[in-house]
Design a protein around this ligand. Structure first.
Ligand code: NDP
Length: 478
């Protein structure tokens, strides 16, 4: 019994995580349902560190030092339950099962509660960064008990990405499903970020009239400023790429139907349940969905749109500058919405999540890694009770400064018939939060009229109902 940690499930993610542990000097027990994967891992990468391969679950578990730390990297869903059922009877109180798959946080809560009864710690852990991240340093979001983190944290921090200041991109997020919840919101924000970038591209292409190579250059320039991020960087790479078969820009030969694996949808479904507006993420999920509806798009292809007038070179340059502002302001809004969601879940489930620390561990390793996240970390460090990122002095000033350009971009997009659901939803959210009075007052009047749902008044406490069908006098309702 000598391995520090074990990994079962040795497809790309599990194999790379196991190698990452081994490369950091940890002895790693490795196991996979199909033993050929275990053998090939040791054959190909055995020289990178110390692996203890096992074919039988008993041998695998038996090779782990106590308390046992067993990482499960199998297909999310039923396979995870199957693996838990297989291994849990072999474990002892105090041992840990770490689920690094993309589990739904409610499944994680259920599994944690059930294993807790047996004294086994179940640590639902979000892992971001894809296969490269798993090997070279992912961003890691472990949930589960604080006690489990004491023993597990140092190992996970060891293999995690490091932020520019050297701190590990791994922290204990909170109990039970908190880690998987935060990973889900990470993916939701990733959807929103990608959608906003796609809209910026579409505007530069079809309103400013730039070719993909020039747009790649524009993104490269943006990447030296406040938008500096992994996603902007790879966007420039994709746009600069030429298709070998046709000689055309790569982006022009790819079918324009965006696919999804479902974490964005989970984020929006959960946000609806929590009652948190995440319009940026929702629009991003819907935009992918619209793109995939070939039937609807075909049926609507001949509908009329506005005439598009080409822009002058000077006008196009100025417009591109405005698009940078719109992209940045919209990005601030979608992050603000994502953080609100984490905060609401923290309250709902009693997780006590440190909101700043989430920004800190997303600075490296994950898909949305960006210089920008250090500013979010700083905003929550300055005021842990910040109700929204938009209330932070610096973000408020920047978004305020961007708003004229932001409005100009959205209205130009509308005038040119270029869809910008992300930009428009973000701006609408900003204006809704700012509004002195919202038409929700009228909505309440309508609800009271048709369903006697009652309303509150601006000048008095209590609930009221107007006798709409009678003499229209008002009655207190409670
Ligand atoms: P897959 O999701 O493709 O899963 C394959 C692995 O699951 C294999 O080891 C397979 O074993 C095992 N497995 C499937 N069903 C069972 C079962 N019933 N019992 C035991 N083992 C089973 O692998 P990935 O490496 O892509 O992902 C692993 C997990 O990590 C997933 O939950 C995924 O969502 C998550 N993840 C993936 C990322 C990525 O970029 N790919 C990023 C972050 C998280 P066998 O070889 O015997 O078939």
């Amino acid at each position: 019994a000598s391995a520090h940690i074990g990994v079962t499930g040795l497809a790309v993610m599990g194999r790379n995580l196991a190698r990452n542990f081994a490369r950091h000097g940890h002895t790693v027990a490795v196991h996979n349902r199909t033993a050929a994967r275990t053998r090939s891992l040791v054959e190909e990468y055995g020289g990178e560190g110390t692996f203890v391969p096992a074919e039988r679950p008993e041998d695998f578990v038996g090779s782990l030092e106590r308390p046992r730390r067993l990482v499960v990297m199998v297909k999310a869903g039923r396979p995870t339950d199957a693996v838990i059922e297989e291994f849990a009877p072999l474990l002892e109180p105090g041992d840990m099962i770490i689920d690094g798959g993309n589990a739904h946080f409610q499944d994680t809560r259920r599994r944690e509660a059930s294993l807790r009864e047996r004294g086994v710690h179940f640590v639902g852990t979000g892992i971001s960064g894809g296969e490269e991240g798993a090997l070279h340093g992912p961003s890691i979001m472990p949930g589960g008990s604080a006690e489990s983190y004491e023993s597990l944290g140092p190992l996970l921090e060891d293999i995690s990405a490091k932020a520019q200041d050297g701190s590990p991109c791994c922290t204990h997020i909170g109990p039970d499903g908190a880690g998987h919840f935060v990973k889900m919101v990470h993916n939701g924000i990733e959807y929103a970020d990608m959608q906003l970038i796609a809209e910026a591209y579409d505007l530069l292409r079809h309103v400013a009239g730039f070719e993909p190579a020039r747009i790649a250059e524009t993104f490269r320039t943006w990447n030296t400023g406040r938008l500096d991020s992994y996603l902007i960087e790879i966007t420039a790479e994709v746009l600069a790429h030429t298709d070998a078969a046709t000689g055309l820009p790569f982006v022009d030969v790819v079918a324009d139907r965006a696919e999804q694996k479902g974490t964005g949808r989970w984020t929006v479904q959960t946000a609806l349940d929590l009652g948190v507006p995440v319009s940026g993420i929702a629009e991003a999920v819907f935009a992918r969905s619209v793109s995939g509806h070939a039937d609807l798009r075909e049926a609507a292809r001949t509908l009329p749109g506005p005439e598009r007038r080409p822009m002058s070179e000077q006008g196009a340059e100025a417009f591109a500058h405005h698009v940078e502002h719109a992209l940045y302001a919209s990005k601030v809004v979608s992050y603000a919405q994502g953080w609100n969601m984490v905060s609401a879940a923290g309250e709902e489930y009693g997780w006590e999540i440190d909101l700043g620390s989430i920004a800190a561990i997303w600075r490296g390793g994950c898909i949305i890694r960006a210089a920008f996240l250090d500013r979010i970390r700083a905003a929550y460090a300055a005021d842990p009770g910040l109700p929204t990122l938009l209330a932070d002095k610096e973000f408020a000033a920047e978004v305020g400064e961007a708003q004229d350009a932001w409005r100009a971009v959205v209205s130009t997009a509308v005038a040119h018939g270029v869809p910008t659901p992300g930009f428009a939803a973000a701006l609408t959210y900003y204006d809704a939060l700012r509004a002195e009075r919202l038409p929700a007052a009228l909505t309440q009047g309508q609800r009271d009229f048709f369903g006697a749902h009652t309303y509150r008044r601006t000048d008095r406490e209590g609930s009221f109902h107007t006798l709409w069908g009678g003499d229209r006098t008002e009655r207190p309702a409670d």
